[in-house]
Design a binder for this molecule. Structure first.
Ligand code: ADP
Ligand code: MG
Length: 337
């Protein structure tokens, strides 16, 4: 017999597409804070985010009347028509994150806009609104998420150890913090500050702040432009390669992405310069016309599609290659290695 699923079951299934572990919640909340033009964001986790996640921002806040609406599926202030999908300028646009998060956890939202006298507090658990009250609070938004998957035990079982969930969170927040170098981002794990960026927009300072001096010391600056594309960032000298790709960070129009096309372009530039099993370290920031790019490929928005893969791959390859060639041309630097 075919039947339409009850709303709360349908909600949990839909949530599973966007939220599979703590890091996906943190990514969505951080993106909301960035879309809200926050200049200061604090991310706190406990137990790898499984028991506790809090993201606090000083962004635009949500109007009190609308705060509850933000938790409805397909509720978004970021797009209003199908044409808007052709050129997306915000990180979010699907109106799914808060709906998904509150379906599978206990959420508290505290928010205030600058022109409202009081703020608003919403408590919502398993998509049920338990509280919606006025509250005094600073401008901006704080979302606290507790007990992820408390109502979906099957999913809870698949979460990894605290350490391993923490590693994923640190990696994600690091990447996003790099992409948003002019936003102060503070990551706290339990009682400990993992890192705090200064928000002064200096990519190199942020790399050192987040990844440490060791990663910073062998980086070469990339700065290329052409055909509406701009590429900025840093790549490692061939002598400072890494045993894996986990320090290859690609950012397209402010969005952290995984991209085979960009990876291929990068690695093609190192062809014959690296041994098998060694990979360049790279922090690459690509800006390009929004209409040459589709970000609505996957619910987590990590994957993107370029209109012309070859154009992007070639742009990255030629710009990185010229950086490496310039380095080769400088005998005094080469002799250091
Ligand atoms: P989306 O980001 O795709 O629009 P979300 O479910 O993540 O969907 O958020 C729904 C809406 O709630 C957003 O469109 C925005 O208007 C509002 N919102 C969520 N988080 C924040 C925040 N930190 N600051 C201001 N507004 C927010
Ligand atoms: Mg969002």
């Amino acid at each position: 017999m075919i039947r339409i699923l009850e709303k709360n079951i349908a909600d949990k299934i839909a949530a599973g597409e966007v939220i599979d572990r703590p890091v996906s919640i943190i990514k969505e909340l951080l993106e909301n804070s960035l879309d809200a033009d926050a200049s200061n964001i604090t991310v706190e986790i406990k137990n790898g985010g499984k028991s506790y996640i809090r993201v606090t921002d000083n962004g635009c806040g949500i109007d009190g009347q609308q705060a509850e609406l933000a938790f409805m599926r397909h509720a978004t202030s970021k797009i209003s028509s199908a044409e808007d999908l052709d050129a997306i300028h915000t990180l979010g646009f699907r109106g799914e994150a808060l709906a998904s998060i509150c379906a599978v956890s206990r959420v508290e939202l505290i928010t205030k806009t600058a022109d409202s006298k009081t703020g608003r507090k919403i408590v919502i658990e398993g998509s049920q609104v338990l509280e919606n009250t006025a509250i005094g609070c600073p401008d901006g938004t704080t979302v606290t998420v507790r007990d992820l998957f408390y109502n979906v035990p099957a999913r809870q079982k698949f979460l990894s150890s605290d350490n391993s969930e923490t590693r994923r969170v640190v990696d994600m927040v690091s990447r996003i913090s790099l992409a948003y170098g002019n936003v102060k981002i503070n990551l706290i794990n339990g009682e400990r500050t993992v890192f705090a960026t200064r928000g002064n927009g200096n990519i190199f300072n942020n790399i050192i702040n987040i990844y440490g001096n060791n990663v910073g010391k062998d980086l070469l600056p990339v700065d290329g432009e052409g055909r509406g594309f701009i590429l900025k960032g840093f790549v490692s000298a061939p002598s400072a390669s890494a045993p894996s790709r986990n320090k290859q960070i690609f950012c397209v129009n402010g969005r952290i992405v995984t991209s085979k096309v960009m990876e291929n372009g990068l690695e093609a530039a190192y062809k014959e310069k690296l041994f098998h099993g060694r990979f360049p370290v790279a922090f690459l920031f690509l800006s390009m016309p929004a209409e040459k790019l589709d970000v609505n490929v996957h619910p987590t928005k990590k994957e993107i599609r370029f209109d012309d893969d070859f154009e992007v791959e070639d742009f990255i390859k030629s710009n990185v290659r010229s950086v490496l060639m310039k380095k080769d041309a400088l005998p005094q630097i080469r002799s250091e290695h």
